[in-house]
Design a protein around this ligand. Sequence first.
Ligand code: FES
Ligand code: FES
Length: 151
Amino acid sequence: MMANKSVRVNGHNHDIPDVWYARRLIDFLRTKLGLTGVKDGCSEGDCGACTVLVDGQPMCSCLLLSGVVEGREITTVEGLQKDHLERFSCACEKHGGVQCGFCTGGMAVMSSWIKDGGTETGVEPVSKLVAGNICRCGGYQQLTKAIVEVG
Ligand code: FES
Ligand code: FES
């Protein structure tokens, strides 16, 4: 008997049914697993709202097929460490980094990656990274301050 194809998401194993194998990871996460903190802003890899960690590296889940992540470890905003999320939320509140909130999940994932040593902290490197995640409300400076504070 063939083993089920599976992926680990936020610390839990999930089978990837055949019907989902060639569908986008973002749809598997949002529709199949109900992880709606992963947002679909552009479907083209341009906005970063769909950012998740794949084996610890930030990637756009709108550009990945579910089958490609078989056997990998996925972390969505819902699976980030609670203490980091709390610190990030407090820093966003302090600096005015959340307006409509559409970009916040992807920013939180990037913030977690930065905190875990993904890149240098400091205003310049963080602001370059934040520019890759589109904030339609224009909160880049506020978000940069928040991410630097928790980085
Ligand atoms: S929805 Fe994936 S980058 Fe915009
Ligand atoms: S807070 Fe609205 S898109 Fe960033």
